[in-house]
Design a protein around this ligand. Structure first.
Ligand SMILES: [Zn+2]
Length: 396
């Protein structure tokens, strides 16, 4: 009886631990699936691109936060990412900035440790492309980043990030921007960002220029074609950056991970919560994106800008910032994009399982202890009964 109960306690403890630290991620993420293209879209685009997007993991540093907080949250993010990568097998992964919580104030040694931890947590197979954008916690808000360009340089170098990135995957065009460099004050970082925006816009509009020039010169048949980097039928780009584009407030955000009502009422501060109106206008006019993807606010938000451009702000991937973190699963073709959100296990649920299991264990242990004490009592009684009694001496 007693060993059987002990065995139950051991097995139960192991099962609860394995369930909460490994299995729960499979159980929850297994329920997510890539959005489905219609049969017609499938026929037109036989090779859609499966993209996973997450934002603001905020890996803790040495100065803020508790070591257990760091250990716990990094383990959770690693398990969630590795499980998602195994089950869903994305072809491209974007991490939309604020990779590190203390990137703007850590020394080089701590930064190297950060990079190694990030690479370990978000490890992936060689055929998966992982792209990173720069966040304010990685290099500091504009004032810190522009006065200490070393932060910007070491982060860009570690993750091979240009001022403005332009790349094509399966016919889709992506543009990544350092949104910290959009202050518009002629600091070195801002100047190179604006120059890079112009250069990339030039590449994006190369085919349009050729088209116009061809029409002008059709009669003379002297059309001079410019060499373009992108193919003639390249679609409009998808813009990926850390800060959301300008929006007055978060009042139009909806969904279960939208900001709470009190935050929705607040007005956004340009260059803090969102990029400025001027920078927004520059980005929209330069790139004419078909979709904008951003992070930074830690909440989910889908909005349509005045010119009709849709923007999805992706919530934080860390349990430190919210109870219901998630990532985005996007199926993208040159003509279409479909977005869906995959929620990873809620911390409350995991804690509730641990608390419930602890109560079961306390009850089981108490019953084991009771059984042990009873058997001990029985043994003692038996020993006392079996003890030979001393002969009584008689005196006459
Ligand atoms: Zn941020």
């Amino acid at each position: 009886m007693f060993p059987r109960r002990m065995k139950f306690i051991l097995w139960f403890t192991c099962f609860v631990f394995i369930f909460c630290e490994w299995l729960v991620y499979y159980l929850v993420i297994f329920q997510c699936s890539w959005p489905e293209l219609s049969p017609e879209d499938k026929q037109n685009n036989p090779e859609p691109l499966n993209v996973m997007l997450l934002s603001d993991p905020h890996l803790l540093g040495t100065q803020d936060g508790h070591w257990f907080d760091k250990l716990r949250r990094e383990w959770q993010m690693e398990r969630a990412f590795q499980t998602a990568a195994t089950i869903l097998q994305p072809e491209v992964v974007f991490v939309l900035g604020d990779l590190f919580d203390e990137g703007m104030k850590c020394n080089d040694e701590e930064f190297d440790d950060y990079v190694n931890r990030f690479r370990k947590m978000f490890r992936h197979s060689e055929d998966v492309h992982l792209h990173v954008t720069i966040g304010n916690h990685d290099i500091g808000f504009h004032d810190i980043a522009s006065s200490n360009e070393k932060n910007y340089q070491r982060f860009s170098k570690a993750f091979n990030i240009p001022d403005v990135g332009l790349f094509q995957i399966k016919g889709n065009v992506f543009v990544t921007v350092n949104s910290i460099g959009l202050e518009g004050d002629n600091c070195t970082m801002c100047e190179s960002s604006v120059n890079a925006i112009k250069q990339v816009a030039n590449k994006l509009h190369c085919n349009d220029r050729n088209q116009r020039s061809l029409r002008r010169n059709l009669i003379k048949e002297l059309a001079k074609k410019e060499e373009c980097e992108l193919p003639f039928d390249a679609p409009l780009p998808i813009l990926v950056q850390h800060f959301p584009l300008y929006r007055k407030s978060e009042s139009k955000c909806s969904g279960i991970d939208a900001p709470p009502p009190e935050e929705m009422k607040k007005e956004n501060r340009p260059k803090w919560e969102v990029v400025s109106e001027e920078a927004t206008s520059l980005l929209l006019k330069s790139f004419m994106p078909r979709l904008v993807l951003s992070g930074h606010t830690h909440h989910g938000c889908y909005v349509i800008h005045e010119d009709g451009t849709p923007e999805l702000t992706i919530p934080s991937f860390s349990w430190r910032n919210r109870n219901n973190p998630s990532f985005i699963m996007a199926v993208i073709t040159p003509k279409k994009f479909l977005l869906s959100k995959c929620f990873i296990p809620q911390e409350n649920t995991v804690i509730a399982i641990y608390v419930f299991s602890a109560i079961v264990l306390v009850i089981a242990s108490a019953s084991v202890l009771k059984a042990y004490l009873k058997s001990l009592q029985r043994k003692l009684l038996r020993m006392l009964q079996e003890r030979p009694s001393k002969p009584t001496q008689r005196y006459y």
